[in-house]
Design a protein around this ligand. Sequence first.
Ligand code: NAD
Length: 291
Amino acid sequence: MTAKIIDGKAVAAQVRADIAVRVAEIKSKYGFQPGLAVVLVGEDPASQVYVRNKGKQTAEVGMKSIEHKLPVETSEADLLALVDKLNNDDTINGILVQLPLPDHVNAEKVLNTIDPMKDVDGFHPMNVGRLWIGERALVPCTPTGSIILAKSVQENLSGMEAVIIGRSNIVGKPVAQLLLRENCTVTLAHSRTKDLPGVVRRADIVVAAVGIPEFVKGDWIKPGAIVIDVGINRIPKDDGKSRLVGDVAYEEAAKVASAITPVPGGVGPMTIACLLRNTVEAALMQKGLVA
Ligand code: NAD
């Protein structure tokens, strides 16, 4: 079997196109423009690229995009004051504080200060709790994107065995919850899991979020399984440059799986698309336009 390659770039482009239509409808029907504020503290090069891409794609779908770039020495108090100001700004529907924050700032405190209704990253305990009890919540973007990709090849996931490798709050745990919502039988595997290859071999859907290059081998994959690779790892090449690989040994796994996400070009492009989706969702919730 040779797996279908799940084209994350194409699916993300479709999600953004749908958002652009919804934003235009919101403007004409309700007379306002959804707005996203992104806060960046310091000069981390990767964060700068993410923030630039977020701003560009936000504007492209017709939303208002605000960027606050603060110097690395910004105090926690000043950052909290900015979050508070954005919480009270009616033209801002989503607030994203780019991580990592400098060591002198308590990231948890900052994230917990964001109004849960504007928490488009879905990291606030209120949204985490609402997701777990099955209420309407703003859900973290990468997990949402992973599920959209799995459903792009199989709409109905009900009854499938799903194994998620990695139990982080940002990826593994919310992915588990979302797959439970899809009526999968969910196993959340991690660094202490015994016989991980044996556990993964049971899975109809494998989601790898480990952070170890090419960790999941081809012979761990059940023939016909759907493989969603969240990992993004930069490894050196012989010519001194580097390349990106996922957490799955792609070539091996693609020979066994029915469908697989590549790295790059799989889950990665979905994250910003889902951030835009959350901003629209947040805007509609704040205006009382959804239940
Ligand atoms: P993390 O380091 O917070 O969590 C890694 C998880 O892997 C942990 O729960 C740990 O228990 C598990 N783990 C570690 N070693 C293991 C082992 N030997 N066997 C089984 N499980 C093991 O990482 P994270 O933030 O969840 O990110 C995971 C990967 O996803 C990284 O490569 C990261 O770069 C990538 N990522 C991508 C996106 C995106 O596509 N936009 C977003 C977030 C994270």
